[in-house]
Design a protein around this ligand. Sequence first.
Ligand SMILES: Nc1ncnc2c1ncn2[C@@H]1O[C@H](COP(=O)(O)OP(=O)(O)OP(=O)(O)O)[C@@H](O)[C@H]1O
Ligand SMILES: [Mg+2]
Length: 385
Amino acid sequence: MALERIFRDVSKLSFDYIPEKLVHREADLKSLFTIFQTVVSHDLPQRAFITGSVGTGKTALSKRFCLDFKAFASGKGKPVDFVTVNCRQRSTENAALLKILMHFDSNFPDRGFSTPEMLEVLRRHLGQRGLHLFVVLDEADVLLKKSGSDLVYSLSRLDEERLSPKGRLSLIMISQKWALDMLDPAALSTFKRSNTVELGKYTQGQLYDILKVRADLAVQPGAVGDDVLELISDIASEWGDARYAIELLERAGVLAQEADQDAIEAEQVRAAKADTYSVVTESKLEALEMHELLALLAAARVLRKGAFTTTGDVEKTYAAACEEYGEKPRGHTQFWEYLNALGASGLLETKASGKGTSGRTTVISLPDIPAGELAAQIEGMLGKK
Ligand SMILES: Nc1ncnc2c1ncn2[C@@H]1O[C@H](COP(=O)(O)OP(=O)(O)OP(=O)(O)O)[C@@H](O)[C@H]1O
Ligand SMILES: [Mg+2]
């Protein structure tokens, strides 16, 4: 019974729950409908790209869109279906294609078929069913980095060589980084820049609204006050990350239950922050490449001595860290990209300063992470590699 004192339906806080309405993403949802309207009006496929940093609702938006669009299209007599591929789990062309084919045939053999053969099977499925299929490539940057843009190109071309007048395929790519830059020109030409939906970090007020809706579904009436939701949204707004906000609410709720209370108090939010903090950071760190880790380690080491630093200082320390771990330092442009990637994932704050002594400078700081702790955590990870 203790469980029900705080939560009425904890599943509404889980990652796979897709909210009926995504507050503050209505305009983005509408943009996607506008981009893909030709699917219904002219049987014409489209491609779109969703970008934004961690927890800005990219995955949730794509799922909401696919479900809503499928219902809308079926109302117009157009059969639409969709399949989502997580490219972090399936980072090769064949692994991604296999996921798509298994949507139609769960027994499709996981070996023995070449890529062109698999594409042919897919084309046949679409033709036979007269379906318009949405393929969502989530975390597409991982696939692009590992396997290049051939799959994106082939999926785009699948349509142009259509054998049946009905089977067609639209593509949605999702990435934290600006993955369009990773496409080669042939694949890029199938994407229009205007078909990009860029999700900004959530503000404190937006996070509050998201939490409010979620709390009404998941938490007992009266078990979480507005002041507590304010506090959670305030903490999470440093990252602009809705996932972190929801995690904090859930964790604080569990702690309130354990303390045998009828409501979540601010104290449990603070304790939840201390708890989830390292977990959130750890999963973010695990997603980084070797040199992104080294660049972050360098920033953490420099920032042990002060609140702010600059690119130049971090780059020097990065070179030293590379030497320490037997790695060859990457060039300046590449290093710059690492910093941008770290900024996008919320692990670093990067801000262009007006006019520095050497022209354009970037000011770097850590968002609410103790520098010493972060450095020690990365050193621990690198030690194991
Ligand atoms: N506008 C919103 N309204 C309600 N819930 C939201 C909203 N945006 C995000 N969420 C919730 O926040 C969590 C994180 O969202 P999501 O997984 O879509 O983020 P993401 O941008 O894909 O992050 P990542 O880059 O880590 O993959 C999910 O539980 C999602 O349901
Ligand atoms: Mg996601």
